[in-house]
Design a binder for this molecule. Structure first.
Ligand code: AMP
Length: 375
């Protein structure tokens, strides 16, 4: 069988071709809708038949408890396979690659799945991050806490999202460091971890960047993001809100990351902006990103279409923002307000088709276009 490589261009997937998507959440749903716009078919591979993506895709395959059973057959039916969640096992990407191009590639997954590997990679290419230490046990944590000084965040190396698997801690003596380390380690489930210095950021921003199979890159304007309880509440993109030199620096960082990984597809790059305008990368997501949902209404080509274009080997589309914009997530019970949101002519409503409303669950989002961008 042919082994495909993400850096290999090959022939573009033609209209009528099949894009396989690993994962069936709202990101997969919006990818499937974007693919349909381009005349492409989608095939979702996910564990739950009632997932948000399955009802808008051409075909659905239920991944068995043993994730790999059925994966090869699925991949063989697709012209390209991509993903909508970054914790797809690397072995699955390898299995897919035996028959079908997997984009993004195993390298991007390996790098983004482990916070220590990710930070080592970023520092290795000259991108700044918070000071950090890999920690494995209470004494490691206590020692690193004292070395970092001030406050710190303990995060599981793997599988953390929306602020889960994290604990904040600080200590002013060796004894206190030991006690705090013990409590924090228990809080994150005693998993292999990273201790990061607490960054006194001015605000959180992110860049959605896309790289095509030929190496071409486009970046969307950076958004300003507000989190509540570790979950994204709102993303705003307003002309002049982010200094032009900071925005240019954020774009340069995003470009250097996707270039170094020979990445194909859309990536979300989350950054901390410091008071002096310096930028530190918090993390990268090798997929479409919640902070890029505003691109559906405010740009010629959304992040979802851009990702489909990139992984299918198509030319990338226009990422130029035509309006200032605010995107707000509908979390838990907020989705019950759908009727009043739908009645507001200035709002664009997106619901993800999740049957059950649960606290902290992303049920949909709302976008409001603000002023047009001056030309
Ligand atoms: P993460 O899961 O790494 O994206 O972290 C979730 C949220 O915690 C971020 O969006 C920040 O608001 C906050 N956070 C994470 N790491 C740090 C840090 N090193 N310093 C300050 N705040 C952080």
């Amino acid at each position: 069988m042919t082994q495909f490589d993400a850096s290999e261009g090959g022939q573009p997937v033609r209209p009528g071709g099949v894009v396989g998507i690993l994962g069936g959440g709202q990101l997969g749903r919006m990818l499937a809708v974007a693919a349909a716009k381009l005349g492409l078919k989608t095939h979702i591979y996910a564990p739950d038949a009632d997932c948000p993506a399955s009802e808008v895709a051409t075909k659905f395959t239920r991944g068995s408890d043993d994730y790999h059973r059925g994966l090869s057959a699925f991949a063989e039916e697709c012209d390209v396979v991509t993903l909508e969640f970054e914790n797809v096992p690397v072995a699955s990407a390898d299995l897919v690659s035996r028959s079908t191009p997997m984009r993004p590639s195993r390298l991007a997954l390996e790098t983004a799945q482990d916070r220590v590997v990710e930070k080592d990679f970023l520092c290795g290419i000259g991108v700044q991050t918070a000071a950090y230490a890999a920690v494995d046990g209470i004494s490691d944590i206590a020692k690193a806490l004292q070395e970092l000084g001030g406050g710190a965040i303990l995060k599981t190396r793997r599988m953390g999202y929306d602020g889960r698997g994290q604990a904040r801690l600080s200590a002013s003596s060796a004894q206190e460091a030991e006690e705090k380390a013990r409590a924090a380690y228990a809080q994150i489930g005693r998993a292999p971890a990273i201790l990061e210095a607490l960054v006194p950021f001015r605000r959180e921003i992110s860049v959605i960047v896309a790289r095509g199979v030929g190496g071409e890159i486009v970046c969307y304007d950076p958004s300003e993001n507000l989190h509540e309880a570790g979950i994204l509440r709102r993303s705003m993109v307003v002309s002049g809100a982010i200094d032009a030199t900071v925005a240019a620096k954020a774009h340069e960082i995003a470009r250097s990351i996707v270039s170094a990984l020979a990445y194909v597809g859309v990536m979300g790059v989350e950054l901390f902006e410091l008071e002096n305008g310096e930028l530190l990368v918090n993390e990268v997501a090798p997929r479409v990103h919640n902070t890029g949902h505003w691109t559906i209404e405010a740009c010629p080509v959304s992040q979802f279409e851009q990702h489909i274009r990139a992984v299918c080997g198509w030319p990338l589309g226009g990422a130029q923002r035509h309006s200032d914009v605010a995107m707000t997530n509908l979390i838990g019970q907020e989705a019950a307000e759908w009727a009043s949101i739908a009645a507001d002519p200035e709002l664009s409503l997106h619901l993800y088709g999740k049957a059950e409303i649960r606290d902290g669950r992303k049920m949909g989002h709302v976008t409001r276009l603000l002023l047009p961008v001056a030309t």
